[in-house]
Ligand binder design. Structure first.
Ligand code: PLP
Length: 441
């Protein structure tokens, strides 16, 4: 089909309406049909170009149209398209070693397909770990309201966004939630200047109230991204890490979005100097060129599985996890990130947003602007004094106006449950100066 052929577009749309069930949108949608991508830009079937300001779903970190990644995939498909992870294969071994270097620690890597899978694996490993340590009652997880950790029953149980969970409950059991580190609307009534990290204390309190003997882990993103770009006080993550250590609770860091350079460092937690017990990752691992996720488990935890005898192995398998083609794609993707200095570039993009969009902070409908690496959230309000969240029509109008000018942005957050009043931007880390100019304008 030729691009710009409206007749074909109508046929496509008809079949789309008839056969395709879209993710997360109402059924009467008239979707943009994306036909191709190059760098930070995508082109629809009408030939309209858009700057992909959200890197798809926060995932195309190296940008679109990377021939070197396509070639790595083709080469691997022709060499070995599939082997199980019960066996071993070369791309998974190379990738696990590479991830250890990126993580700056000693981790065993368990491969799966998606971010949700990676978190499910983390929960199961945490529970089995405590079983094998003779503490089987330690099975609960503490998470935060506003967090998103995936769509499956356990990962959605860990998620702290009520509207996503309604109609599917009961979900995986054993998850409880505390208030997030949301400095603009501090749930504890504090300000940045008088912050005593009560949001971290809330985690300690939850562990105490649940009973430390029953809590296996705390799961968190370094910065809550999809829940509205909630950048915590710099002392928050180190405080949570100390609390976890004090109560023999595992620190599980979800790097599905924050990882692979988005934060301006290799992983989001590197900005806070903590050493997680488990790190989960997906999206930027392959820049979404192929599905792959990973759960990195500290060598210390792994040892408990390895040394426990014949029945102590982890009884979990998935058919596609660690697929050789996806691993080869991930290796090629990490090479691009390294060779082109895209992690440092991510920080530069965020600094450009901070400097060049600074005057937005004075706008009567901008309550707050939050930047972490190259990801940004702009919290819209009706009134800066009352902080009343901007009405959905106003937010939708801005997203539509950006699209009409050729910029795709997101809206996230859950300030009032189910009500997204935070504009989000998370462009490819390969975005050029011209791309950044375009976004700023
Ligand atoms: N964790 C975080 C922080 C996410 O943002 C997401 C997806 O957006 C997930 C987990 C789930 O990843 P996936 O959609 O690949 O299952």
């Amino acid at each position: 089909m030729a691009i710009n052929d409206p007749a074909d577009k109508e046929a496509l749309l008809e079949n789309d309406r008839k056969y395709v069930w879209h993710h997360m949108t109402p059924h009467n949608d008239n979707p943009m049909i994306v036909a191709s991508g190059d760098g930070s830009w995508v082109t629809d079937v009408d030939g309209n170009r858009y700057l992909d300001g959200m890197s798809g779903l926060w995932c195309v970190n190296v940008g679109h149209g990377r021939k070197e990644i396509a070639e790595a995939a083709a080469q691997q498909m022709m060499t070995l398209a599939y082997a199980t992870m019960v066996q071993a294969h070369i791309p998974s071994i190379e990738l696990a070693a590479k991830l250890n270097a990126w993580l700056e620690g000693e981790y065993r890597i368990f491969f799966s397909n998606s971010g949700s899978d990676a978190n499910e694996v983390a929960f199961k490993i945490a529970r089995q770990y405590f079983h094998q340590k003779g503490k089987p009652a330690k099975h609960k997880f503490i998470s935060r309201h506003r967090a998103y950790h995936g769509n499956s029953m356990g990962a959605l149980g860990a998620t702290g966004q009520a509207q996503r969970k309604l109609k599917y409950e009961p979900l995986g059991v054993g998850f409880s939630h505390v208030a997030p580190p949301y400095c603009y609307r501090c749930p504890f009534g504090q300000t940045k200047d008088n912050c005593s990290l009560q949001c971290a204390e809330a985690i300690e309190q939850a562990i105490a109230w649940e009973g430390p003997d029953s809590v296996a882990g705390v799961i968190l993103e370094p910065v809550i991204t999809g829940g509205g770009m909630l950048v915590p006080h710099e002392g928050y993550l180190p405080a949570v890490a100390r609390i976890c250590e004090k109560y023999d609770v595992l620190l599980i860091v979800d790097e599905v979005i924050c990882g692979f350079g988005r934060s301006g460092r290799k992983f989001g937690h590197h900005n806070y100097g903590v050493k997680p017990d488990i790190v989960t990752m997906a999206k930027g691992l392959t820049s979404a060129y192929s599905p792959l996720s990973a759960t990195a488990v500290s060598a210390e935890l792994y040892e408990v599985f390895k040394s426990g005898g014949d029945t102590s192995h982890f009884r979990h398998v998935n058919t596609f996890g660690g697929n050789p083609v996806s691993c080869a794609v991930a290796l090629a993707n990490l090479r691009v990130l390294e060779d082109e200095g895209l992690i440092a570039r991510s920080a530069v993009i965020g600094e450009a947003f901070a400097a060049r969009l600074a005057r937005l902070r004075e706008h009567p409908n901008v309550g707050d602007m939050r930047i972490f690496g190259s990801a940004m959230g702009i919290e819209l309000v009706e009134d800066r004094d009352t902080k009343e969240p901007a009405k959905p029509e106003r937010v939708a109008a801005i997203v539509a106006a950006c699209k009409s000018k050729g910029l795709l942005i997101g809206k996230n957050g859950d300030t009032v449950p189910g009500f997204a009043n935070i504009l989000t931007l998370s462009p490819p880390l390969s975005s050029t100066d011209d791309d950044v100019d375009f976004i700023v304008k």
